[in-house]
Design a protein around this ligand. Structure first.
Ligand SMILES: C[S@@+](CC[C@H](N)C(=O)[O-])C[C@H]1O[C@@H](n2cnc3c(N)ncnc32)[C@H](O)[C@@H]1O
Length: 178
């Protein structure tokens, strides 16, 4: 598959996670990614969704993402410079949170995103759960501790994009009904 060039950040999701998220796509379905970098992952799942949106706090990366979309002739993806406060209100079928990985930021992103959802069911995917240094695990484990059904997505083990300590799966997902 001809993915666009990835011009800046050195890590991205695995093909296992790409496959898992694309399996949740379909006609009329919508994908959102918070922390989209130069759009590599958004553009690589775009064939599985009717519409995709990427949000990133770095305007320079958003410009590259738009350029990558043009060069790859992908027309169903929009890119927005901003953080999770900039997420357009709407119904999303799959949302990947992969921005600031601190506990406080992941929690804030989740809360803002849930508030912006229109009625329907959404799968929210938290990337880098297995990265021991990140706060993702603490927040996802909190969701599980209050009874939320959390499922594993992506690479189950041995996933080590940054050379850091890995102790668990690449990503976790929950289903949110609004
Ligand atoms: C791990 S990279 C994302 C990789 C991307 N999801 C991919 O699959 O290629 C993290 C990105 O989050 C962005 N970022 C950091 N803090 C953010 C925030 N608070 N809101 C939105 N984006 C943020 C960074 O600019 C960076 O591009």
């Amino acid at each position: 598959m001809g993915y666009p060039d990835k011009l800046s950040y050195k890590t991205t999701i695995t093909d296992e996670l790409r496959h898992d998220m694309m399996a949740l796509g379909g006609n009329g379905r919508r994908y959102l990614e918070v922390g989209c970098d130069v759009g590599y992952t958004v553009l690589s799942v775009a064939t599985a969704f009717s519409e995709c949106t990427g949000v990133d706090i770095d305007p320079a990366r958003i410009l590259v993402a738009r350029d990558n979309a043009m060069r790859a002739s992908v027309t169903n993806c929009a890119f927005i410079a901003g953080d999770s406060a900039s997420v357009p209100r709407g119904r999303w079928d799959v949302i990947l949170i992969d921005a600031d990985h601190s506990y406080a930021a992941v929690k804030l992103d989740y809360q803002r995103i849930v508030r912006s959802l229109e009625p329907g069911e959404t799968t929210i995917v938290f990337h880098d759960y297995g990265l021991a240094s990140a706060g993702v695990r603490r927040f996802v484990d909190e969701l599980a501790s209050v009874g939320r059904d959390v499922t594993t997505l992506g690479k189950r083990d041995g996933w080590n994009p940054l050379g850091g300590a890995i102790d668990g799966p690449e990503a976790m997902a929950i289903r949110v009904h609004v």
